[in-house]
Unconditional design. Structure first.
Length: 267
């Protein structure tokens, strides 16, 4: 069983670090004086400047698409032979609108980012952690993984995989000093909805989105405490509880009302 620790230390790898929850996680690790390797599929100049101001011991950035083998290998090359003390696997994105109206290339990219890339990094880095019998991993899942995601189907399905994967791997590693924690946010005020083309939805226009800084803090604390998972936000905790008792058909209908573009609403 993992022991509580006071702060992160050593080498910390954070994916999806260009903005949102990932950038906030990077700030927290910088304040602890860690060496950071930050990865994202877009420019990280802003994040790099911020974490240096917050006290990071050193900062390296890797701009690459973690949905691809080249992106994954670029990050692993930057890590080299250095032991990773903490992996914060936060990279991921969504896709709105009806499944059969989406382009296959866009569907595949969500799957390869959220599932293939995340799983590959956990495999490569987690294997090294197990060999050293030391290390912690925080994975950004979602309460969406517990909801049949009408009009956000691929994203929710990939998060269902991630959520379950974390619990299963944690069990496999229970006799080691390597821990897996899963951060499960709900609707959060990030670039997610713009990138997923979901701004014209109930969720995208909600005034009650979670603060990414608060979500990151909840995940960071779960990592420090070695918790299996944390659902960030009181209302998200309530929603997560009800997701386990409400019939899936009803959950899908509720999600439809939240995720279907308003201009398409006829129900």
């Amino acid at each position: 069983m993992a022991k509580d620790i006071d702060k992160l230390h050593g080498l910390v790898v954070i994916t999806g670090a260009s903005s949102g929850i990932g950038q906030e996680l990077a700030k927290l690790a910088a304040k602890d004086g860690c060496d950071l390797i930050l990865a994202a599929d877009r420019d990280m100049g802003e994040t790099e400047a911020i974490v240096k101001q917050h006290g990071a011991a050193s900062v390296a950035t890797v701009m690459g698409d973690l949905a691809t083998r080249d992106g994954i290998m670029a990050l692993m090359t930057e890590i080299g032979d250095r032991p990773v003390d903490f992996l914060l696997a936060n990279a991921g994105h969504g896709l709105g609108h009806a499944f059969l109206d989406q382009e296959w290339k866009d569907i595949a990219h969500v799957i390869h980012t959220n599932i293939t890339g995340t799983t590959a990094l956990i495999y490569y880095i987690g294997k090294r952690m197990r060999e050293r019998d030391a290390g912690r991993i925080l994975v950004t899942g979602s309460i969406a993984g517990h909801l049949p995601g009408a009009y956000q189907l691929v994203y929710n399905s990939t998060k269902a995989y991630i959520d379950d994967f974390c619990f299963g791997l944690r069990n496999e590693l229970k006799d080691t000093n390597v821990t897996i924690s899963c951060l499960m946010p709900g609707v959060t005020d990030t670039q997610f909805f713009d990138r997923a083309n979901m701004e014209d939805t109930g969720a995208g226009q909600s005034d009650s989105k979670s603060d990414p800084a608060k979500v990151a803090k909840d995940g960071y604390e779960a990592l420090l405490e070695g918790d299996a998972h944390v659902v960030s936000g009181f209302m998200n905790k309530v929603q997560d509880v009800f997701a386990n008792v409400i019939p899936d058909t009803m959950l899908a209908e509720m999600h439809r009302k939240m995720a279907k573009p308003k201009k398409e609403h006829a129900d």
